[in-house]
Write a protein that binds this ligand. Sequence first.
Ligand code: ADP
Length: 453
Amino acid sequence: MIDKKEIISKLKASTSTHVKVAVADIDGVLRGKFMHRDKFISSLDDEFGFCSVVFGWDVNDQVYDNVEITGWHTGYGDFPARIDGNTFRKIPWQEDVPFFLADFESSHATDQNVCPRALLKNIIAQSEQAGYKPIFAQEFEWFNFIKGDINASQNSFKEMTPITSGMFGYSILRMSDNYGFFRDLLAMLEQFGIPLEGLHTETGPGVMEAAIQCSNALEAADRATLFKSAVKEIGKKHGIVASFMAKQTKELPGCSGHVHQSLWDLKKEKNLFYDADDQLGMSELMKQFLAGQLYCLRDILPLFAPTVNSYKRLTEGAWAPTTLTWGIDNRTTALRVIDGGPKATRIEHRVVGSDVNPYLAIAACLASGLYGIKHKLSLDNPYTVGNGYKDLQHGVLPRNLYEATNRMAQSEIASELFGEKFVDHFCKSRLWEWRQFSEQVTDWETKRYFEII
Ligand code: ADP
């Protein structure tokens, strides 16, 4: 824990008169501002006002017309935000300007609790009260394009050239091709407090994958959220545009944002998921956690697949799951158990796409796992051996955002895990998203129904 004195001395040592402060909105987009150092320091002990519209905007800054927490009917007043001193970083690609994350954890906001970071903190507190320290990591796949072409295509995003061509997963040659970008990602993310455990090219033109080093769950979500905007900012310096859409094109696999998870004792000395005496190396606690995740998954799917586009990734044969399954080191199941011995035994949640809000995905993983522990759920269904796409015995995942959101909105489990206010706000934001999509006349429709003579 970093104290106020330490923060002030770090800020005084900086040449920057201003500090960047950001909060993550419901989509995981960082919204923030530069604050003068003096104002920032005076806000450290207390709260500062941040316009509530950050929870009233969609990803295009259109205001929702269907949510209660903020809107024209509330006058869009401020919500009190609180800076988290532990998130202090300097932005190496922006002259080391100091950077902090904030959230809305005050009594007022908790009352309305829609802040993703505050929600995750609440769930981590529940976990720690029960004696479990959650250790998490997220890994991302994403597409990279040459920037010049995007301007030329006037935001139609159709004529873009990927930074590499061809299907070359793990290609050493392609990494050399864009060495400057790789070098800056590794070095600058490390300096920014986002150490990468691995970075490589993935299958598909211009696709890359990075695994972020695991840490406590809040830090993991901070790292994951910052990672996405950092990659975009570093990419821009190289004339590269990065996209974390879940599915870029029908022809290629989509982009995942898998979440790796384990529970440790509070001193972080022992991975409680590992049991040397178990045939699969899995402790009873891990089995209950996994059972909880399977039990809750269909009721909370929009937290792992939050956009219209997310569901286009979840298709058979595209390295993303479609069925309610788990398996041992099985990349066709929703949940993959990795027998990594005493330290690295973990569950990989493979439903999560790269378009996710990391705070919400990690909160959903943890809350649903804890639900299994609390209710001592047993993992009585046998695990899937072989092709998980064909294992239909426990059913399939909801197939689009509308279906998944309606299920979540009516789910007692979702309300139990996240509170009614959050579920109401989040589901309304997803139904808004669906409505925006449904009103569009797409190219596909025109091509199919125009009926030219
Ligand atoms: P994959 O098998 O999907 O290729 P990787 O080896 O790329 O997985 O990624 C491993 C990820 O798992 C890394 O982000 C790493 O930090 C994380 N990890 C390792 N041990 C644990 C653990 N005990 N709990 C949670 N995450 C872990």
